[in-house]
Design a protein around this ligand. Structure first.
Ligand SMILES: NC(=O)c1ccc[n+]([C@@H]2O[C@H](COP(=O)([O-])OP(=O)(O)OC[C@H]3O[C@@H](n4cnc5c(N)ncnc54)[C@H](O)[C@@H]3O)[C@@H](O)[C@H]2O)c1
Length: 437
């Protein structure tokens, strides 16, 4: 333990980051930029090859950062897990999706823990960052690592530290977002805190890995429930002829006790739609029903149908049916100005419109081609983001607030826009009619 603390202090510790995705790649770069030797591990050879060439495959992470790290000679990427033996600290950033019945799928975490166990050596620190239910680190990861014959804290150390990445957020980065850290025992907490303190500005130690796991879930449950609340109010106020966006603008002038959340077409991304169900699943084991989580999930997942209902009603007012209409969905990303379409509600909107007989296309400068995902495969290519292309549709549905869609001149020849993000205004030279949804 003292050895590792010394290596952290003098930056000779070798850090391995398993999973070079939206979370693992920026984390690896932050440790590199703090002076450490870093190796990124991934099972995807294409990612490893790109990193080895000094290229980023994530739009908001510049290739220049990766190229600088590779050139400095202290960062490399590999699919060879035997190289875990070289690492003093190993950080796990693999996916934690849900299974078909909304149950936690820990297969990536289990597989990774087993791979580490095969090569675990005395003096190593292992940290899990993947979002998961309380108890995963000590109930699932610890026994797998101890199957190696080594024990924690005598031989190795183990902690959990939740990732709080907000892709595309220019105000906060991996380095400046405070990092919660909790070990499965005090020595693990101490060393994990020392490691993160060497690379990020603020570290928040907590008493256990379970508190650290729970704090991440609280953050995501909080967002899911508050988004569900404004989505429900959107439907309510819509029926009453009141604009929920104007209501939120007014309410947020209260200087205390109110945080604005905004409605939308439904939840997306790898976190908010999934993580709360990790907690409800685990809570059931303790005989507790997490009703807020279930209700929020129900409200949020009903949003794509609400949006499609608004499209149908708006077309109807123009004497048109969804069947046979040409509809263009703007945006596949789940949030603005990023190239992440995981769990994006746009796919469900496209499919629902298609099922109703519409001819549906999409436009998204971040996705020239719609990739097949876990649940959806729409088999489409983006139409150009031009006024000429937009003018060829009976209705446009704004699903993502990309900056590219905020240019009013795009809508000059457009009759109807159904806007879930409040970014388009009817105007001279703009669309004839805008319906908020
Ligand atoms: N994306 C976010 O904004 C965000 C924010 C906070 C927390 N998280 C959490 O972080 C974790 C990772 O999410 P992500 O968005 O980085 O996912 P991602 O899909 O972008 O990246 C995961 C990476 O792991 C690799 N991988 C899969 N199995 C592997 C294995 N067995 N060994 C090595 N590599 C493997 C994949 O090839 C991929 O590159 C999840 O638990 C997620 O909930 C994500």
């Amino acid at each position: 333990m003292t050895d590792l603390l010394t290596k952290i202090a003098d930056r000779t510790a070798h850090i391995g980051v398993i999973g070079q995705g939206y979370v693992g790649l920026p984390l690896a770069l932050v440790f590199h930029e703090a002076g450490f030797i870093v190796t990124g591990f991934d099972v995807d050879p294409a990612k490893v090859q790109a990193l080895s060439r000094g290229e980023s495959y994530i739009k908001h992470i510049g290739s220049d950062r990766v190229a600088t790290a590779v050139k400095a000679g202290r960062f490399d990427a590999t699919t060879d897990f035997d190289r875990l033996r070289d690492c003093d600290a190993i950080i796990i950033c693999v996916p934690t999706p849900l299974g078909r019945h909304r149950e936690p799928d820990l297969s990536y975490v289990h597989g990774t823990a087993d791979e580490i166990a095969k090569r675990l050596r005395r003096g190593q620190l292992v940290v899990l960052e993947s979002t998961t239910y309380p108890g995963t680190t000590d109930e699932e990861v610890l026994p797998r690592l101890e199957a190696s014959g080594l024990h924690c804290p005598g031989d190795f150390l183990l902690a959990f530290s939740p990732e709080r990445e907000d892709p595309g957020n220019a105000r906060f980065s991996t380095k400046t977002i405070p990092k919660v850290v909790g070990g499965v025992n005090p020595p693990s907490t101490e060393v994990a805190v020392a490691l993160y303190s060497a690379a990020v500005d603020t570290v928040v130690p907590v008493s256990s890995s379970r508190v650290a796991e729970s704090s991440k879930l609280l953050e995501n449950v909080y967002r899911s429930i508050n988004i569900a609340l404004v989505n429900e109010l959107k439907v309510t106020f819509d029926r009453m002829g009141i604009d929920v966006w104007e209501v939120i603008e007014a309410a947020k002038t209260k200087p205390f006790g109110f945080t604005p959340f905004y409605p939308g077409p439904g939840l997306g991304g790898h976190c908010i739609p999934l993580d709360p169900f990790y907690l409800s699943w685990k809570a059931a084991e303790h005989g507790v029903w997490t009703r807020f989580i279930e209700l929020a999930g129900e409200v949020n997942t009903s949003m794509p149908r609400f949006v499609v209902g608004k499209v149908a009603a708006a077309l109807n007012e123009e004497g048109k049916s969804v069947k046979g209409s040409r509809v263009l969905v703007l945006g596949l990303s789940y949030k603005e100005n990023i190239d992440d379409d995981r769990e994006s509600p746009s796919y469900e909107i496209i499919e629902l419109l298609h099922e109703s007989g519409a001819h549906v296309d999409y436009c998204d400068p971040y996705f020239p081609v719609a990739r097949p995902g876990r649940k959806h495969d729409v088999g489409l290519r983006s139409v150009p983001c031009t006024a000429e292309a937009f003018a060829g549709y009976d209705a446009l549905v704004v699903s993502t607030a990309h900056n590219e869609f905020k240019n009013p001149t795009l809508y000059g020849g457009v009759g109807l826009v159904v806007d879930t993000r409040n970014i388009v205004r009817p105007s001279v030279g703009g669309p004839r009619r805008v319906v908020k949804a």
